[in-house]
Design a protein around this ligand. Structure first.
Ligand SMILES: Nc1ncnc2c1ncn2[C@@H]1O[C@H](COP(=O)(O)OP(=O)(O)OP(=O)(O)O)[C@@H](O)[C@H]1O
Length: 790
């Protein structure tokens, strides 16, 4: 079952898709030890290079020659590394590199927090450069000290600043290092010396402490200081009354002053490391993020060459004369009605050309809009649409169909950068807009889509474009389709990808639904799935499917608590009108419920209909389908029913469509994907390794099926006999036994138990106890069932 599939395999490899910078613990140990050993190799190479470089220099060009042997301890590797770092690089200061590599290795090996590592590298490289320049400066005669870089940098700097300048620059560099790295300040130095002096003084004075008072006296010329901090006379220490000659009590005061100035060393606060990390983090560290695509890890997305060019590879071609002619006709027609044009501009689309006009000042827009039919007449063309004004542009648009429309191939929109680079959850490339831009929208954001159009205007092609877009962008683990096709011929091609991309009811043979009662069951089952998903989201404390799946990927949700990766479910219903006619409310209610609630849990509906009349697209459904597509319809009323505005009646057909997702209406030429192409794509996917079964939806038992004590043999479940045998063999009348043994859903097992009761095989319901089995053995069962038939 699907549940099992998504639950299992935590032990499999870390994520495969994309490169993750998070190394597992084992890999860190391996990489860490490699770096430590590399640092040792570098160290010995460098030491050895210092003594052998002259001998080995001639060998460097003979690295590949196996007969040549270098004197370096690490042979030619050591000679090359040494030459690279010490001779051509930074000279003696290169020794810092093995040190840095070693530290990095240790960090990895011990799994330490990498926070401080970057600053160690930065300071290490600063030191390397500084030392290399300094050695280059002082040891001019020994080039190996500062390396080529030290030498060249010196040379370069001296050309501009002279030797003294370089010396000053070096001192400045040193200063930076002292101040930034060692926190050197003048105060710090003064305090340091004071501290030194204090320790020396106290060491010196400890020889003669005053036994009685514990203070040290010091001979000095200055006036004595009397410290009186005592209020009661009897408490006044003797010391004060009998000062010893001209000794003064100095030390106390001095100590007070010193205490004021004493610098306090603040111990670095070390935050205790958490012993056990969050379990989720640990799981992610060990196994990587959960990858839902792993089960079909080798799945290959369909390739572009499965799609045809449809002669559209050449791009749009339009006759310059046609453009000029149309322009003149528009200008003339408007002139006839005394409308002057200030400016006119043409944008050539695949099927229509948009003429944007800026009327002269003082012309009323409604006047132009009313001339729609007149302009159409003068241009002698169908499908003229006037957009007055074009939203956000301040111009008036007149769309005129091209004499030779060019087909927008699905291939061209799938191959477009916009689609390929899209990061949308469910990207759909519908086609091209009037300005020839690929039009890509996110179905997850729509969140449901209503499609209408008269017969033969491109609805089925539009549905195929939607499905193809998703097949080109999504892995089978990420999205599942439920296809309802009352015409029985439009979507059958998708049968081939049943075990990859389709979802179905547990007891149904065919994944593509052509039968109306099954549609009702499926819709209700989807409602159960929706409720289940909401329950899971509630448990996971997230608001939508995306957050839920992100949390699941990060292994923060335990599969043992029923959590699983939830794929998007796209329900496609072709010929919705037909369904509503035959099933009415039974279909409308679950569809409306899904449309209202399913957006957050990743169930999206695409409904297509020929007849967009109000009894098919009821107010309840319409209100929940903000995204709508209208292909050419036959009347203005139909256009208003779909789009809430006219325009769809003026389209030219063959995939010419209007799309709205709220207020703006965009004219698009739908991408064309032919049946053989869909056939090729589904065959390509279908030939690959698949899941064991289609994605199973929750079981739904219709109210009409299985009355509780119905002993009608013909109405019995197909698994009735198997279930009876299981019960008789086990002599235990429980629904859960049937469920387990026959792998049925709870509802179906319950129904079978009721039928077994009606047939007299099990006793009545006895609360928490299992039902009594009334048939003692298989022989008796056979007899009972045979008698029934006879
Ligand atoms: N985007 C398109 N580009 C070019 N031609 C198209 C396009 N869409 C449809 N056509 C043409 O229109 C014909 C009918 O299209 P389609 O089968 O999609 O219509 P339909 O609306 O589904 O009709 P019905 O409702 O009867 O099934 C296609 O065979 C094709 O020749």
């Amino acid at each position: 079952m699907a549940k099992k599939r998504t639950k299992s395999k935590p032990k499999s490899k870390p994520t495969k898709k994309g490169f993750s910078f998070k190394l597992s613990k084992q890999n860190k140990i391996i990489l860490g030890s490699l770096l430590i050993l590399l640092s040792i190799a570098m160290f010995f190479s460098f030491v050895s290079f210092y003594f052998t470089w002259q001998d080995d220099q001639s060998l460097l060009s003979e690295f590949a020659n196996r007969n040549q042997e270098a004197k370096n301890l690490l042979n030619k590797f050591g000679a090359s590394v040494g030459h690279f770092f010490m001779y051509q690089g930074f000279g003696l200061s290169s020794f810092i590199f093995p040190f840095l590599v070693c530290i990095t290795g240790l960090y990895m090996f011990l799994g330490l927090d990498k926070k401080g590592l970057l600053s160690k590298w930065i300071w290490g490289i600063v030191f390397v450069i500084w030392i290399s320049i300094a050695l280059g400066f002082f040891a001019i005669t020994r080039p190996l000290m500062g390396g080529l870089i030290g030498y060249e940098m010196n040379d370069f700097l001296q050309d501009y600043t002279g030797r003294i300048g370089v010396l000053l620059l070096l001192m400045f560099g040193l200063m930076i290092i002292l101040v930034r790295l060692f926190k050197f300040t003048p105060d710090g130095i003064v305090n340091y010396f004071k501290e030194q002096r204090k320790t020396v003084v106290s060491e010196f004075n400890t020889d003669e402490p005053d036994e009685e008072n514990g203070v040290v006296f010091k001979k000095e010329d200055s006036t004595p200081v009397i410290l009186d901090t005592y209020t009661h006379k009897e408490n006044i220490p003797k010391l004060k009354k009998e000062p010893k000659d001209d000794f003064e009590i100095k030390v106390i005061e001095e100590e007070v002053i010193e205490e004021e100035k004493l610098e306090m060393k603040v111990e670095k606060v070390t935050t205790e490391k958490e012993e056990t990390k969050n379990i989720a983090d640990k799981l992610v560290a060990d196994y990587g993020e959960f990858d839902p695509t792993l089960e079909l890890g080798n799945y290959k997305f369909p390739t572009l060459d499965l799609l045809e060019q449809h002669g559209a590879g050449t791009g749009i071609t339009i006759d310059q004369d046609e453009l000029e002619e149309n322009k003149n006709k528009i200008v003339d027609t408007l002139k006839n009605y005394k409308i002057g044009i200030a400016q006119i501009k043409a944008t050539i689309g695949p099927t229509v050309t948009l003429y944007e006009i800026v009327p002269e000042a003082g012309v009323r827009i409604s006047k132009i809009k009313n001339l729609e039919d007149d302009i159409a007449l003068s241009l002698a063309a169908l499908g003229i649409r006037i957009i007055a004004p074009i939203p956000g542009k301040g111009t008036i648009g007149i769309e005129v169909p091209n004499k030779k429309p060019s087909t927008v191939s699905m291939r061209s929109v799938i191959a477009s950068k916009k689609f390929q680079n899209s990061t949308m959850e469910l990207p759909i490339a519908f086609g091209k807009t009037i300005s020839n831009e690929t039009f890509v929208v996110d179905l997850a954001k729509m969140p449901h889509l209503l499609m209408a159009g008269a017969t033969g205007q491109g609805k089925s092609v539009g549905l195929n474009a939607v499905l193809t877009s998703l097949l080109y962008k999504k892995h089978p683990a990420e999205v599942k389709f439920i296809l309802v096709d009352p015409k029985k011929v439009e979507l059958t091609l998708y049968n081939k990808i049943e075990r990859h991309f389709l979802a179905k009811l547990p007891d149904s043979e065919e994944a593509i639904i052509t039968d109306n009662t099954k549609v009702i069951h499926t819709l209700n089952s989807l409602c159960i799935e929706m409720d289940n998903r909401y329950e899971l989201l509630k448990l996971a404390m997230v608001r939508n499917l995306k957050e839920y799946n992100t949390k699941f990927r990060a292994r923060k949700l335990n599969p043992n608590d029923g959590h699983k990766f939830l794929p998007y479910i796209v329900l496609v219903i072709d010929e919705f009108a037909d369904l509503i006619m035959t099933a009415g409310k039974e279909v409308e209610t679950p569809v409306a419920r899904l449309a209202q609630l399913a957006r957050a849990i990743g169930i999206h509906l695409i409904i297509a209909t020929q007849r967009p009349s109000v009894n098919v697209i009821t107010g309840l459904i319409k209100a929940n389908f903000p995204a709508r597509i209208a292909f050419r319809v036959t009347s203005k009323i139909d256009s208003r029913t779909i789009l809430d505005s006219q325009g769809a009646d003026q389209l030219i057909g063959r995939g010419d469509m209007l799309f709205t997702q709220g207020n703006d209406i965009t004219r698009i030429q739908c991408a064309f994907v032919d049946t053989p192409e869909v056939d090729k794509i589904t065959a390509y996917i279908g030939a690959q390794r698949a899941y064991a079964d289609a994605h199973l939806l929750p079981e739904y038992v219709g109210e009409d099926s299985g009355t509780s004590l119905d002993n009608n043999i013909s109405d019995r479940d197909a698994m009735f006999r198997e279930a009876a045998e299981v019960i008789v063999i086990a002599q235990q009348g429980s629904a859960s036994l049937i469920q387990r043994k026959l792998k049925l859903g709870y509802n179906r097992a319950g129904r079978i138990i009721d039928q077994l009761e009606a047939a007299g095989i099990v006793g009545p319901f006895e609360g928490s106890k299992a039902r009594q089995v009334l048939v003692p053995d298989m022989y008796a069962l056979d007899q009972l069932l045979n008698n029934e038939i006879n």
